[in-house]
Design a protein around this ligand. Structure first.
Ligand SMILES: *Cc1c(COP(=O)(O)O)cnc(C)c1O
Length: 468
């Protein structure tokens, strides 16, 4: 028995070294490993169903079980040939920072309990605010990811523009907007009948003229348009909505302008990204995911609001047992700016990795994503039979093989999943299944992409269009 749940300093060191060895072994051999595997639920789920063990086991035994049965049965989203969905490249300093965050177990909700951490969070938020060109009035906080960032921002939009009265409230976004937005809108109580999902234009962007027509129609019908949501890099194609025009429209029509940059807004740290994201600085609120294109381990998302006092007006509630947190520096209590009371010191991993690698390295790492996307497009254009459906935008390319139908493209994804050498997945654009690559991992090489595309091409040619 070990009812204090602790170890001697020597044993803690041993355990820590084992963990680091396990991670380093994994990360150093990642390119030669499969991209991951998916277990048979009929085998793996029963294998782990046991009564909670009454007696403890050696740490090494438990770690060995993880290394044998659990870690290999996952997709290595940081693998250089994982070109599916949105890769999670991560970085080692971020992972080590996560360990420090847990070890110190800092409560990053109030200034009283974590003033040092709050100062770091404020500093790193300002780096992001400045990269996005938002004014000094802007502020925000770190949350678990883009979904919670969108939820937090839309709750502010509701509070500020609707005064929390929901009747007739209408919200506008394109058919390319991320599903987390609809989830967030449902959670804040907007009836789905009032979601105005407008068909995107030929470049997969939210069309301003159609938006204007729909807003006018809804106003004429006595409804209450309150918010337009733009995407700064859609997940499907990397398309960036016309942010400048949308912002102008929103200002003229007194609508909240939320920009979902969970995927793409991080690229604003690079000159390429900043150029493509003109108008980002005009957002009333903005979501940005450092656990995507800023190379952080999950979970870290960021929400920035143009006037940070709006966050506080939306979220601040003061129970009796927190009154003393207001004695000093109450304006730096992050718990008053978002939905969480107890919250971890997520800011540390982003701060620490930028401090260690430097912003110049981060910038080049982001640029690399753009270049690899263009490389992928160029390679596909040189391969007979393959056609580009959506060109490289924000490191995303969508494509099809001219001889294959939708089902055959899905079978290609299945073949990739079974093979494990690389992973490319599909999406649907205007009802057609297409393959899609996302190349934001700075450790992906041109050779990785060539090898993945050659394997894809080989699958098609070997089996002939009869099967694929
Ligand atoms: C990934 C993504 C989200 C959701 O972010 P999570 O971090 O997965 O919660 C929202 N919007 C866009 C555009 C995304 O790419």
């Amino acid at each position: 028995m070990n009812p204090t749940l602790e170890f001697s300093p020597e044993r803690m060191r041993e355990i820590g070294y084992r963990v680091v060895d396990c991670l380093v072994e994994h990360l150093a051999t990642l390119p030669t490993q499969p991209v991951g595997a998916k277990a048979d639920p009929a085998v793996l789920i029963p294998a782990l169903q046991e009564p909670a063990p009454e007696q403890g086991a050696e740490f090494e035994t438990v770690l060995a079980q993880l290394q044998r049965d659990i870690f290999p049965n996952s997709m290595h989203v940081n693998h250089p040939r994982f070109l599916a969905y949105v890769p999670g490249p991560g970085n080692f300093i971020g992972a080590m920072a996560d360990t420090l965050i847990s070890g110190y177990n800092i409560f990053a909700g109030t200034w009283i309990s974590g003033s040092g951490p709050a100062a770091i969070e404020l500093a790193v938020l300002n780096w992001l605010r400045d990269a996005c060109g938002l004014p000094e009035s802007a502020g925000g906080l770190f949350v678990s990811g883009g979904s919670l960032a969108n939820l937090t921002a839309l709750a502010v939009a509701r509070h500020v523009t609707l005064d929390d009265r929901l009747d007739g409230a209408c919200v506008y976004f394109s058919d390319q907007a991320h599903s987390s937005l609809e989830k967030a809108l449902r959670l804040i109580g907007i009836p789905p009948a009032h979601f105005r999902k407008l068909p995107s234009d030929a470049a997969w962007r939210l069309p301003v003229a159609e938006l204007a027509a729909r807003v006018a129609e809804d106003r004429a019908a006595g409804l209450r348009p309150f918010c337009v949501i733009a995407s700064a890099g859609t997940t499907n194609t990397g398309a960036v909505d016309p942010l400048v025009e949308l912002s102008r429209f929103c200002r003229e029509h007194n609508l909240w302008f939320h920009v979902d940059g969970a995927y793409g807004a991080s690229s604003a740290i690079s000159s390429r990204g900043r150029e493509l994201l003109q108008g980002l600085e005009l957002a009333d609120s903005l979501s940005l995911d450092p656990h995507k294109w800023l190379f952080q381990p999950f979970e870290i998302g960021c929400v920035l609001v143009r006037d940070r006092s709006h966050l506080r007006e939306t979220f601040r509630i003061l129970p009796e047992y927190l009154k003393d947190t207001q004695l000093h520096s109450a304006e730096f209590n992050f718990t008053d700016y978002g939905p969480q009371l107890t919250r971890s010191f997520r800011a540390l991993k982003l701060w620490m990795s930028i401090k260690v690698f430097g912003m110049a390295s981060f910038r080049v790492a982001v640029e690399r994503g753009f270049q690899l996307g263009e490389f992928t497009e160029a390679r596909l254009r040189s391969m007979p039979g393959w056609e580009i459906v959506s060109p490289a935008q924000m490191a995303v390319v969508c494509f099809r093989h001219s001889s294959l139908d939708d089902a055959a493209h899905l079978r290609l994804v299945q073949a990739f999943l079974e093979d494990g050498f690389a992973l490319i997945t599909s999406t649907v654009l205007r009802g057609r299944t297409v393959l899609r690559t996302c190349t934001i991992n700075p450790r992906t090489t041109e050779a990785d992409i060539e090898a993945a595309l050659n394997r894809l091409d080989g699958l098609v040619r070997r089996s002939g269009s009869a099967q694929y």
